[in-house]
Design a protein around this ligand. Structure first.
Ligand code: GLY
Length: 374
């Protein structure tokens, strides 16, 4: 029997972020990671986009804005600790619109009303703001505080930081079952034997429903990247993220451009598909035509953990000593720092942030997505 203070089930960006925060509070932490390379963190584009994602005002927007505001210090701390760059880039996000988007009723996110100045750029202003956009773009919204991080670099940094801090990282160790008795988890069964802890955290993303009856299911996202500055001396032509109605185009400071992402309800069906890649390329070229000549670099896919209301499940569970941190859907990268902060406060200091009430697992107990954990 293996023992630890805190056992984190899941070694993706959420599991690692929570592990680091808890370790910094002095706990002995073990992370059981099924397959680090398959974590949703590797599949994302790293947009930090509460405003471009047009989240409605309310708890989810508040959570996302809070996490975005934590990003500069959080990434800086991790970079100092590891000496590795996370690629955090407060580049802003531009959301261009075509005439048909306006005709189809695409309206500014309601949080735009809360902004001090209108973020709408007319046709002349947007074309000047970002040269190379399709001439059919009629205007768009500019969100200067939205940002990005290089999600793959961040995943490496988190892994390195956790290792350096002495988190016990067990890679290639899937958890097969969670055993409970009288409202408490009494152990988990993993590939290489059983584990016992004082406190457990479930952070298994799209795979969460395999261990607990939470309404979390995979939403596949296909992505690709091109090299925008393949020749020496050519600069990255995009200096901000472009957020279209069907796709997004995310420039990296090293000259790559990441294009994403499909949203497919196909379970864990793997692989890129011709239809998925065709859609991404068609929409990306329609928005930013010069893309069509850039060398293609890579195709990949991943699985977002979706819940019925597209908000995460955070906080207490039916078991006294199990905390849930899953279902981050499109916003796992964005929400990593706030998830780590709120949950470490909860576990170490028993401090319940009022925001957590909105993300409680019990919100699903009165719906068809009944969560029965008896
Ligand atoms: N965060 C964007 C996506 O999941 O595609």
């Amino acid at each position: 029997m293996n023992k630890t203070d805190i056992l984190i089930i899941g070694g993706g960006i959420i599991g690692l972020s929570v592990a680091i925060e808890l370790r910094l509070c002095g706990a002995a932490v073990t992370v059981l990671s099924r397959n680090f390379k398959q974590a949703a963190a590797h599949a994302a584009a790293g947009m930090l986009a509460p405003q471009a994602e047009a989240l409605s005002s309310g708890a989810m927007l508040d959570l996302c804005l809070r996490s975005r505001s934590l990003y500069p210090d959080w990434t800086h701390k991790l970079e100092i600790m590891t000496g590795i760059d996370t690629g955090y880039w407060p580049c802003g996000i531009l959301a261009p619109a075509f005439a048909e988007d306006i005709k189809n009723g695409l309206t500014p996110p309601d949080q735009c009303q809360l902004l001090p100045s209108s973020p709408w750029l007319d046709q002349a202003a947007i074309q000047q703001h970002q040269p190379g956009l399709s001439p059919k773009v009629v205007g768009g919204w500019w969100f200067p505080e939205d940002a990005q991080v290089d999600n793959r670099a961040l995943a490496q940094v988190l892994w390195a930081a956790a290792t350096q801090l002495g988190v016990n990282l067990c890679e290639g160790v899937p958890v097969e079952a969670i055993h409970h008795q009288h409202g408490r988890v009494i152990g988990v069964e993993a590939l290489l034997g059983e584990w016992q802890a004082e406190q457990y955290v479930l952070a298994t993303g799209a795979w969460s429903a395999e261990l607990l009856p939470v309404p979390v299911s995979p939403r596949k996202g296909q992505m690709l990247s091109v090299q925008a500055s393949p020749f020496e001396g050519t600069a990255q032509p995009l200096q901000q993220v472009l957020f279209g109605s069907q796709i997004y185009i995310v420039p990296r400071q090293d000259g790559r451009i990441v294009i994403g992402a499909t949203v497919e309800d196909v379970g864990f069906t793997p692989s890129n598909t011709p239809a998925g890649i065709q859609t991404l390329l068609r929409e990306a070229i329609a928005l930013y035509p010069c893309l069509q000549d850039f060398p293609v670099q890579e195709f990949w896919w991943g699985f977002r953990p979706a819940t019925p209301d597209e908000c995460p499940i955070l906080g207490l569970s039916p078991y006294d000593n199990l905390i849930i941190a899953t279902g981050h859907y499109r916003n796992g990268i964005l929400l990593a720092p706030v998830t780590a902060k709120l949950l470490s406060d909860l576990i170490v200091h028993r401090k319940v942030d009022p925001l957590l009430a909105h993300f409680d697992w019990q919100r699903f107990t009165n719906t068809n997505d009944r969560l029965s954990m008896s």
